[in-house]
Design a binder for this molecule. Structure first.
Ligand SMILES: *Cc1c(COP(=O)(O)O)cnc(C)c1O
Length: 392
């Protein structure tokens, strides 16, 4: 297997054999549900894990495995496993690690689905959930010090791009023996490696930047082998398995991950600077701007700031609609991290379940626009924003 110290090389080669059956240079898609053995002893040895091989595709599959290896190598983890969606990866991880009576500390600004697991499903299992103000690192440390089984964070966050200090949180978790889980979906291994900063597990929605083309869903978990093995076991039994065809699509998408992230980073920075100087724009939320309250932390733990940002207008929701409906190079749709620019208001996308008051409490203005800059030409995207903002 070919690996290197460079993400651009690993995104192409890591986890993949040099040649497959018949000399194929791409990972074949093994759609087989089950794998046959002529020798009953061999079958038994593989089934009990004494010999490498595959038994049944809910557990392992030879197309899925190279994808798990690729993300494991790119994140510098000991082991990795995969899921049908990002939310399956996140919920299975939490359900594996937490049992009744345990306490979990997390932040208020997690992804909407993750937030629902914290406020709706974990309390039902008698797990105590403590959600902290995302930017108040001291408050998070204080809650962790009180004792917890898991510290769960996400950085940058959705939709206001808050930053959590990962080294500092890892130290707090370590001091009380808590497992620290980081959702690294926005940054990807190209921009940020939470395991190198002290996290125990990293979770991904591969649906976003990793696949990058908004045409397949998936989830990944990487980190300490003892933990990932337990999470794999939970998944092989409960069954939120990644389909081999989806694994192939993510493997193919990941070959251009470094190239795409470089462009997302460049476009993100240019567009954020443009918006920050625009008279119709009130606030811009982007960790690459010096005006971001945790720009220094972002710079210390990220190699690039990505293509995700949000901005608010001086006008109200009517102006938001006018701008969104005027954009030509943007899909008005949920999701993010695709080659094509995606835009939407949080009240329709990430925070649709909240009332206007709850969104205000969460620091999400009604005039906010979430913007996932694609890999298009930056001048075209900025020109498009110029004409759309000109309508209000
Ligand atoms: C989209 C997303 C998820 C959920 O992933 P799915 O693949 O949609 O299940 C989790 N975390 C973050 C940060 C996301 O953006």
């Amino acid at each position: 297997m070919q690996t290197s110290n460079h993400a651009g090389t690993d995104s192409v080669w890591a986890g993949e054999e040099k040649l497959f059956a018949e000399g194929a240079i791409c990972v074949p898609v093994f759609n087989a549900v089950t794998f046959g053995y002529d020798d009953m002893n061999d079958w038994f040895d593989v089934a009990v894990g004494k010999k490498p091989g595959h038994i049944y595709s809910r557990n392992t599959n030879p197309t899925v495995r190279p994808l798990e290896e690729k993300i494991r190598i790119m994140d510098g983890g000991e082991e990795a496993t995969s899921f049908s969606t990002g939310m399956a990866a996140i919920s299975n991880t939490l359900f594996t690690l937490l049992k009744p009576g345990d306490r979990v500390v997390a932040i208020k600004d997690t992804y909407g689905g993750s937030n629902k697991v914290f406020i709706e499903f974990l309390p039902r299992l008698n797990v105590e959930v403590c959600l902290c103000d995302t930017s108040d690192f001291e408050a998070i440390e204080r809650e962790v010090q009180k004792g917890c089984k898991v510290l769960y964070v996400e950085t940058p966050t959705n939709p206001t791009l808050k930053i959590v200090d990962l080294r500092r949180m890892a130290a707090a978790a370590k001091a009380v023996g808590a497992t620290m889980v980081v959702d690294n979906t926005f940054a990807t291994p190209i921009n940020q490696n939470p395991l190198a900063l002290g996290a125990d597990l990293v979770v991904y929605s591969a649906t976003k930047y990793l696949n990058g083309h908004s045409d397949v869903m998936g989830g990944l978990v990487v980190g300490k082998k003892t933990l990932v093995d337990q999470i794999f076991h939970y998944r092989e039994i409960t069954g939120a398995t990644l389909h081999p065809q989806s694994a192939y699509m993510i493997l193919r998408g990941m070959k251009t991950l470094e190239l795409r992230m470089q462009r997302h980073n460049e476009n993100g920075l240019k567009i954020a600077h443009f918006l920050a100087a625009h008279p119709k724009v009130d606030q811009v939320f982007y960790p690459g701007l010096e005006s971001h309250p945790n720009h220094a932390v972002a710079k210390a733990q990220m190699r690039g700031f990505g293509g995700m940002m949000s901005f608010s207008l001086h006008g109200g929701f009517g102006d938001v609609c006018k701008v969104l409906e005027s954009l030509r190079f943007a899909h008005r749709a949920a999701s993010l991290g695709s080659v094509g620019t995606l835009v939407g208001p949080p009240r329709t996308t990430s925070h649709v379940e909240l009332s206007a008051d709850e969104r205000a409490n969460a620091g999400i203005p009604e005039s906010l626009i979430r913007y996932s800059a694609g890999i298009e030409n930056a001048e075209d995207l900025i020109g498009d924003l110029v004409q759309a903002l000109g309508r209000v």
